[in-house]
Write a protein that binds this ligand. Structure first.
Ligand code: ZN
Length: 114
């Protein structure tokens, strides 16, 4: 798997987790024993992860995140599950997650499921 893509997948998970904290709906996290001190810890991890990401990719990430919230879109059976559009056959065949690919319809980063 592409290293940058791996960072983006984790970064998006962390950002969505922080969204839950901000909305006060982090019920599951609270049940699991997370608290607001934990939030700061997660923010630190996010900032460290952002440092590792290449700047142009991070810029694209932030643009997509501002638009949709969810940046990574799973692809299953040739369909982007962000926008539910079918991908071009050529794009759908490159399914090893070795490159950072974007959906031509919605722009989200693609993560191919096996
Ligand atoms: Zn899409």
């Amino acid at each position: 798997m592409n290293q940058d893509l791996e960072y983006l997948v984790i970064l998006n998970d962390i950002d969505l987790m922080l969204d839950d904290f901000d909305k006060g709906s982090a019920t599951v996290e609270k049940e699991l024993g997370f608290d607001m001190g934990r939030k700061e810890q997660i923010e630190t991890a996010r900032n460290e992860l952002r440092e590792k990401c290449r700047k142009p990719i991070l810029k694209r990430y932030d643009t997509i995140r501002g638009k949709y919230g969810k940046v990574i879109s799973p692809v299953f059976d040739g369909v982007c599950y962000g926008c539910f559009q079918r991908l071009h056959t050529e794009l759908a065949q490159d399914d090893k997650n070795e490159d950072i690919l974007s959906c031509p319809h919605c722009g989200r980063f693609l993560y191919f499921m096996k």
